[in-house]
Design a protein around this ligand. Structure first.
Ligand code: ATP
Ligand code: MG
Length: 384
């Protein structure tokens, strides 16, 4: 494998914050980055060496990027899988269109996870109302989710029984759905894996994730996940990446159940919000791993240098109690030792919109948690 020469071009489909952080890592390695995004301005477009403004399925734009780049990736999972397949005619495409297609459809995804030998929640496909009549009673209470295009908890409904499931299915206008049995959750954890073209892979230690209003609020890697659970999750994630013959960075979200079992929930075929701490807590971040795979460079270490956390900064922080616009107290945040601020340069703060994150490091778990509490207090967030 000959590595891409410095100054070569890498491409990314999507102009969001993940694309932005990917650009920054790839540029630090000496590569040029081109972003394909239809928007006039975007977080990634603002830092890329080139921004190609076109639709994600525009064949001329795809041909142009494919000819320019040695490798192309995506920063969002709802990219048309066919665009990646199209690009694969010109250059290395990581992940492949096929891998992305699996992650885009919860039904295909669950089948895939199971086929990799990794347990998942009991579930059933719901394509029409009569499928709900045929569902096992053990799927209630459950969660009905649209099979495609769900994120941040959108496109799902908790249902106590069959009648509620029918109502929810009709409210979703009959699009294909999956009904999952509601799991008795102890914690939610996630593992980011990077897998190279030669099949070698590394996994970061699992992060423990807390959501607020369906959106990831905090990811913590403080070394307190019991080893058997952490090892199981890492094994599962590596196994899934192997089974897909996956190239690039992949995140698998897991549920840890009250009885200690670890089951897979879903996967994201890209760097993940819960892996942002690796920018500051590891020698090589998840974004740099992605760039290294694309450039045919060796993977870097996924070891943590110290306990760390990632606190998401949502647009809500830009509004005071009366709804007036304000700038959050960054000086106060950065006065807390061990903090690093990452803002995405989005044009407008809106409630629920991911505007940035703070990475927080500590020498041990106690120091980390004390610092998380201090940062949360400065920002006026409920204690994490
Ligand atoms: P995100 O974009 O944040 O990853 P999503 O919209 O893709 O979310 P899921 O991750 O499947 O959807 O579900 C969102 C949250 O709902 C989970 O993090 C978990 O808290 C809860 N949840 C989902 N499925 C189940 C389940 N089967 N049992 C219990 N809780 C669940
Ligand atoms: Mg999820």
């Amino acid at each position: 494998m000959t590595p891409a020469a410095s100054g070569s071009w890498l491409g990314v489909l999507g102009g969001g914050q993940l694309g932005r952080m990917f650009c920054q890592s790839a540029q630090a390695l000496g590569y040029h980055v081109v972003v394909l995004d239809p928007a006039q301005s975007s977080p990634a477009g603002g830092v890329a060496d080139r921004h190609l403004r076109a639709a994600y399925d525009d064949p001329r734009a795809l041909d142009e990027i494919g000819r320019l780049c040695v490798a192309v990736t995506t920063e969002f999972e709802n990219v048309p899988a066919d665009s990646l397949r199209h690009l694969a005619r010109h250059c290395l495409t990581t992940p492949s269109g096929d891998a992305v297609a699996v992650a885009q459809d919860r039904l295909a995804e669950k089948a895939y996870l199971r086929a990799s030998g990794v347990p998942v929640a009991d579930h059933a496909a719901v394509h029409q109302a009569s499928d709900l009549d045929a569902c096992a009673q053990t799927l209630f209470p459950g969660i009905l989710k649209t099979a495609r295009f769900g994120y941040d908890g959108k496109g799902q409904a908790r249902v106590a029984d069959r009648a509620q499931a029918l109502q929810a299915f009709e409210a979703m206008r009959g699009v294909p759905c999956i009904l999952e049995a509601l799991q008795p959750l102890d914690t939610e954890i996630s593992v980011v894996v990077a897998r190279g073209l030669d099949g070698r892979a590394v996994s970061y230690p699992p992060a423990r994730n807390t959501h607020r209003d369906g959106i990831l609020a905090l990811s913590v890697v403080d070394g307190t996940i019991p080893a058997p659970i952490a090892d199981q999750a890492r094994d599962h994630a590596l196994r899934i990446a192997d089974h897909l013959d996956y190239h690039g960075v992949l995140c698998v979200e897991f549920f840890v159940l009250r009885d200690g079992r670890v089951i897979a929930n879903e996967m994201a075929p890209r760097p993940h919000n819960s892996g942002h701490h690796t920018q500051d807590s590891c020698l090589v971040s998840q974004f740099e791993q992605q760039a290294r795979v694309m450039a045919r460079l060796p993977l870097g270490s996924a070891d943590m240098l110290c306990p760390a956390a990632m606190l998401n900064l949502l647009g809500d922080l830009w509004f005071d109690a009366r709804g007036a616009h304000r700038e959050p107290d960054w000086a106060g945040v950065l006065a807390v030792p061990g903090t690093r601020l990452h803002l995405y340069a989005k044009s407008e703060a809106r409630r629920g919109r991911k505007m940035g994150h703070v990475n927080i490091l500590g020498r041990d778990a106690a120091e980390l948690h004390a610092r998380i509490a201090r940062v949360a207090a400065v920002l006026g967030l409920p204690d994490a």
